[in-house]
Design a binder for this molecule. Structure first.
Ligand code: TXA
Ligand code: MG
Length: 315
């Protein structure tokens, strides 16, 4: 298959829509990372996502929607979900909600679960495409399973773990602003729970809820968050965390300048936006990689989570 590179103008958007309507997969920009999209109502189209990524089929996918009204048709929005939607949608928040049985979503999307992960992305090209396409788009990150998430169209098409030749097209809107995936919140047993730290800090969500979130720090493959594989986002090189630089390593610095600086002045948002691109560029040098300590508050929680998965022993 030849993978088209489309631009996010009227012509590119209508071509992307047509490919999606034909049941094919298209990589799309979002403000967090690029997603590999398919029509969430078409089981064969969704199967092509799993095929292209080589993804274990027990991992449910996030469904992307144009607005909160579209979410209400697919899942029941209880009052806390509604409050979080009002505060953070469109944006980098995914909520796992009870799926309406008549929602028309292919069961492969939810891997047969009675819940569904929903997100209204903020990226203008994603929103324009969702309006043009007129339906829900299932989209995990647009990388081969277990590899680093893509934050540019070049990453999506990269010869190392990319999807060139495996998908119909990529809609190229340049680099992603946020750079780490969305924060995932669910309500297992009715309790608001942080299932994955991400682009919206947990503290901001707790401020809206007026309560602390339960955490899923323990078992990485807890049943309520399937697919939280311990080794994930993996570069080829060995990775040392919370580390000072050693000779022979490529060092990702934080708070000090350097050729692989996550942020010269210790800005966590800048570090998140640069994280996956720097990991890829460091990995391409073929030397072991070390990473400076990153604070754990705010966006630092998501950055540390991704780094720990990248450094975990490979399956
Ligand atoms: O920023 C993002 O969230 C990106 C962009 C493309 O939107 N998407 C993304 O999707 O990171 P993905 O498929 O790589 O991660 C989806 C995560 C998985 O870990 C999965 O376990 C969880 O969401 N998830 C999805 N539906 C779920 C459900 N019904 N119950 C529990 N976890 C769910
Ligand atoms: Mg992913």
């Amino acid at each position: 298959m030849y993978t088209l590179r489309l631009t996010p103008d009227a012509d590119g958007l209508s071509r992307a829509s047509a490919l999606l309507s034909a049941g094919l997969t298209v990589a799309i920009p979002t403000e967090t990372v690029y997603g590999l999209a398919a029509d969430a109502r078409n089981g064969e189209a969704v199967a092509r996502i799993y095929q292209a990524k080589g993804r274990p089929s027990f991992n449910p996918l996030i469904v992307h929607l144009p607005d909160t009204g579209a979410a209400d048709v697919i899942a029941s929005m209880h009052p806390q979900a509604q409050a979080l939607a009002d505060a953070f949608w469109p944006g980098a928040l995914t909520m796992v909600l009870p799926l309406r049985p008549d929602a028309g979503i292919a069961s492969l999307v939810t891997a047969g679960l009675a819940t569904i992960g929903l997100r209204v992305p903020a990226h203008p090209a994603a929103r324009a495409l969702l309006r043009d396409f007129g339906g829900p788009l299932a989209a995990p990150s647009a990388n081969a399973s277990g590899r680093i998430s893509p934050t540019s169209a070049d990453h999506v098409l990269s010869p190392d773990g990319g999807l060139d030749g495996r998908i119909a097209a990529v809609l190229d809107a340049g680099p992603c602003d946020v750079g780490v995936e969305s924060t995932i919140i669910g309500w297992p047993d009715g309790i608001p729970t942080l299932l994955r730290p991400g682009g919206i800090p947990a503290e901001a969500i707790e401020a809206v809820l007026g309560a602390a979130l339960a955490r899923h720090d323990g078992d990485p493959v807890a049943p309520s968050a399937p697919g939280q594989l311990t080794s994930h986002y993996a570069p080829n090189a060995a990775l040392r965390l919370n580390a000072d630089p050693r000779p022979g390593e490529t060092h990702l610095s934080f708070g000090t300048p350097g050729p692989f600086s996550l942020s010269d002045d210790g800005d966590l948002a800048q570090a998140a936006a640069r994280l996956f691109d720097l990991l890829r560029r460091a990995d391409a040098l073929g030397r072991p990689i070390s990473v400076a300590p990153i604070p754990r508050h705010g966006l630092g929680a998501a950055i540390n989570d991704r780094l720990q998965r990248a450094a975990a022993p490979r399956a």
